[in-house]
Design a protein around this ligand. Structure first.
Ligand code: 6GU
Length: 357
C-alpha cells in the first residue's frame, strides 16, 4: 500500500510513520508513506497557501489551487485515478468496514486540512471520500490521517506477523474482545479463570464468546444491536462445505457451520432471530432441501449458489425462504469464491449489506 499524505506539517506524519509496526512495515516494503508539503505548491512568493474567507468571518481558508496542484502531482503518477480522502470532522466516521475497504486499494491520497478549512471548489473537484475519526474537533487532519494509515495497514498483507494477525479480533463480530491473562496464575489474590487452564479448546472458545457478549452488553450495548451470529448452512456434495468454512472464518470468529447433508439437521425445526446472519452454500437445490422447516424473523441471509443451479431452482429457494420470513440480501456464485482475495471481498460485501439494514 502506498499512502500519499498532503499536509502543511509533513514532520508530524513522518515521525509517526517510522515508528513501531508501521516503521517495520515500511522498512520491509509492505507500505510506503510519502508526504507532500502543500506549501511547495503555493503560487505566491511568500509561500502563502491561505487567504481570508469570502463573506467574512473568523479564520483563514486554504486556497484551492495549491491543494489542487498537490493532489495532481501525486495522482498523475498513480496507475489509476486514486481515491482522495479528505480528513475532516464533517466526514463519515471511520469504522472497521471502511478500513477494510480502503485496504483493498493500492494507493491512497490523504488530504489534511488546517485553519478553518479548504476552499470548497477543490474539494468538489478532487475529493472522493470525506472521513472523520470521531465526533470531536482536531486542529488539523494529520492525526486523522495517521489513525487511518495505522488501521488500514493492519490489513495489508505482510504488515502483521502471524501472532499479530488481524484475522480474529475485537470488532470483527461487532463484539468487544474477551479478557486476556498471562502468568502468574495468581496475582494480588486474583486467579486466572479456571477454564483457561483446562486445555479444553472447545470450552475455552465458548467461554470467550460468552465473555465477549457480556462485556459488549455492559460497555457498548450499541454494538450488540449490530452484532450477528453467523450461521452457515451447506448442502450438496461439491465445494459448498469447503467454501462455507472459508467464508465463515473470514466473517466471524464464532461462526457456526451446519451440514445440511445430514438428515437429522434437515428434519429439525429451525428458528432464527433478527440477529442471526444466515449463509446458504449450495451445490444443488432439490425438493428435500425445500422441505426444511425454518422460521425466521426478518432474518438476513446471503445465498452462495453454484452456477450449475438453474434459475427455476433458485427462484424456488428464494420463494421458500421468503415464505419463512428469511430475507435474502445478496446472492453470489459459489465458483467465484476462490482464493483469499475473493473471500475477503465477499466478506466486505456481505458486511456492508448487513450494515445497511
Ligand atoms: Cl479527520 N480532522 C479534523 N480536523 N478534526 C477531526 C477529524 C479529522 N476527525 C474528527 N475530528
Amino acid at each position: 500500500m502506498k499512502y500519499h499524505v498532503l499536509t502543511l506539517f509533513p514532520d508530524m506524519i513522518r515521525q509517526a510513520a517510522e515508528t513501531s509496526i508501521l516503521g517495520r512495515a515500511a522498512k520491509n516494503g509492505f507500505i510506503s508513506v510519502e508526504t507532500v508539503n502543500i506549501r511547495d505548491f503555493s503560487a505566491n512568493k511568500h509561500n502563502r497557501v491561505d487567504d481570508y474567507p469570502y463573506g467574512g468571518g473568523a479564520g483563514m481558508v486554504m486556497e484551492a489551487e495549491p491543494v489542487y496542484r498537490a493532489i495532481e502531482s501525486v495522482a498523475q503518477n498513480c496507475s489509476k485515478r486514486p481515491r482522495v480522502i479528505y480528513l475532516t470532522p464533517q466526514g463519515r466516521v471511520l469504522n472497521q468496514t471502511m478500513v477494510e475497504e480502503f485496504a483493498m486499494e493500492e494507493e491512497l491520497v490523504l488530504l489534511c486540512g488546517h485553519y478553518e478549512g479548504i476552499d470548497e471548489r477543490v474539494l468538489e473537484e478532487s475529493v472522493t471520500d470525506y472521513v472523520s475519526i470521531g465526533d470531536y474537533v482536531l486542529t488539523g487532519g494529520e492525526l486523522g490521517a495517521m489513525v487511518l494509515i495505522d488501521a488500514v495497514s493492519r490489513f495489508v498483507p505482510g504488515v502483521l506477523s502471524n501472532e499479530e494477525s488481524s484475522q480474529f479480533e475485537s470488532l470483527q463480530d461487532n463484539l468487544l474482545e474477551y479478557p486476556h491473562y498471562t502468568r502468574p496464575e495468581v496475582w494480588h489474590d486474583r486467579c486466572v479463570p479456571e477454564v483457561l487452564l483446562s486445555g479444553d479448546h472447545k470450552k475455552i472458545e465458548a467461554w470467550r464468546r460468552e465473555k465477549s457478549l457480556e462485556r459488549t452488553e455492559e460497555r457498548r450495548p450499541d454494538l450488540l444491536k449490530k452484532s450477528y451470529q453467523v450461521r452457515s448452512l451447506y448442502y450438496g456434495q461439491g465445494d459448498s462445505a469447503e467454501c462455507a468454512e472459508a467464508l465463515t472464518r473470514v466473517l466471524s470468529r464464532y461462526g457456526e457451520l451446519m451440514d445440511f447433508n445430514r438428515k437429522k439437521l434437515r428434519k429439525t425445526r429451525w428458528s432464527f432471530g433478527k440477529n442471526d446472519l444466515l449463509l446458504f452454500f449450495m451445490d444443488d437445490i432439490d425438493e428435500e432441501f425445500c422441505q426444511v422447516f425454518m422460521n425466521g424473523r426478518k432474518t438476513p441471509a446471503c445465498l452462495i449458489l453454484s452456477r450449475e443451479i438453474s434459475s427455476e431452482k433458485k427462484a424456488l429457494l428464494t420463494d421458500m425462504l421468503d415464505k419463512q420470513k428469511i430475507r435474502v440480501l445478496d446472492c453470489m456464485d459459489l465458483e467465484e469464491l476462490q482464493g483469499e482475495e475473493a473471500l475477503k471481498r465477499a466478506g466486505i460485501q456481505i458486511r456492508q449489506k448487513v450494515l445497511e439494514l
